[in-house]
Design a protein around this ligand. Structure first.
Ligand code: PMT
Length: 219
C-alpha cells in the first residue's frame, strides 16, 4: 500500500489569466489558457489533496474533485485566495496575473473619437508575495514565464519572494499549448523536466513538491 503523496494536505492554487476592465466591454488580459494550473490542480487531487482552484477566465471544465472559485480581476483573485487560505499547507501561483490594471474602469462604454486616449494603469497587488510574507505562510510555489534568460530571472523571482520552490518555463514553451518544458528551482539548485504534456509535467511537479514538503518537516 502506497500512501498518496499529498494525502491530508490542503492546496490552494491560482490559474489562468486575469481580466482588468477598461469599461463594461473592454479590458486588459493575456493569453494564459489555464491548462497548466488546471493540470496541476488535477494532479494535486489525484495525489490526495483537498484542492481549491482560484481561476481567472478560462474555457476549461473544473478539475474533478477540486473546489473551483471563479474570478475575473487580480483584486478578485487576491481576495478569493486570502479567503481560501485558512488551513492551507501549500499555495501554488500558476496564474498569469496582470501586473497593472486601469486606475479607473469607465462606468459606460468609452466612445470613439479622433482624439488620442491615455489609459492610466496602477500596479496590482502581488498575490504570491503577499501569501509568502504571511507569518504562518503555507509552503509557497511560484511560477515564472520568461521569454529569455530563464535561469537568472526565475531564480531571481524565487529569491525575491523567498520561495522554497519555483517552476520556470519559457513563454514560447508554456503559454497556451498542451505541452510544456519546465525547470524546477529550489535551494538545492535547478531540476529540468523534459518536455511533456502539461498533465505529465504536473505530476512531476507534485512529486517534487511532496518531497520538499516532507524534507521541510511540514509532516
Ligand atoms: O495557462 P497556460 O496557457 O497553461 O500557461 C501557463 C503559464 C505559462 C501561464 C504558467 O506556466 C506560468 O508560467 N505562470 C506564471 C506566469 C508569470 O510570468 O508570472 P509572473 O512572472 O508575472 O509572476 C511570478 C509569480 O508571481 C507567479 O507565480 C504568479 O502567479 C505570481 N503573481 C504575479 C503577479 C501578481 N500580481 N500576483 C501573483 O501572485
Amino acid at each position: 500500500f502506497q500512501p498518496k503523496l499529498l494525502a491530508g494536505r490542503k492546496v490552494v492554487l491560482t490559474a489562468g489569466p486575469t481580466f482588468e476592465a477598461i469599461d463594461p466591454v473592454r479590458g486588459i488580459t493575456n493569453t494564459s489558457s489555464g491548462k497548466m494550473g488546471y493540470a496541476l490542480a488535477q494532479a494535486c487531487v489525484r495525489a490526495g489533496a483537498e484542492v481549491v482552484l482560484v481561476s481567472g477566465p478560462t474555457g476549461l471544465p473544473a478539475p474533478l474533485g477540486a473546489d473551483r472559485v471563479d474570478v475575473r480581476s487580480a483584486l478578485q483573485m487576491r481576495n478569493a485566495v486570502m479567503a481560501a487560505l485558512s488551513g492551507a499547507d501549500v499555495f501554488i501561483g500558476v496564474a498569469a496575473v496582470a501586473d497593472y490594471r486601469p486606475l479607473e474602469a469607465a462606468e459606460h462604454k468609452v466612445k470613439k473619437s479622433s482624439a488620442e486616449l491615455t489609459l492610466t494603469l496602477t500596479p496590482n497587488p502581488d498575490i504570491l508575495a503577499e501569501v509568502a510574507a504571511r507569518p504562518a505562510a503555507p509552503f509557497c510555489v511560484g511560477f515564472a514565464a520568461e521569454s529569455r534568460d530563464l535561469d537568472a530571472y526565475a531564480e531571481g523571482k524565487r529569491r525575491a519572494k523567498r520561495l522554497p520552490m519555483l517552476v520556470g518555463n519559457l513563454v514560447q514553451d508554456g503559454l497556451g499549448g498542451d505541452d510544456n518544458q519546465v525547470i524546477l528551482y529550489d535551494d538545492a539548485g535547478r531540476h529540468p523536466i523534459e518536455r511533456a504534456p502539461k498533465t505529465e509535467v504536473a505530476q512531476k511537479i507534485v512529486e517534487h513538491l511532496a518531497k520538499l514538503l516532507t524534507m521541510s518537516g511540514n509532516r
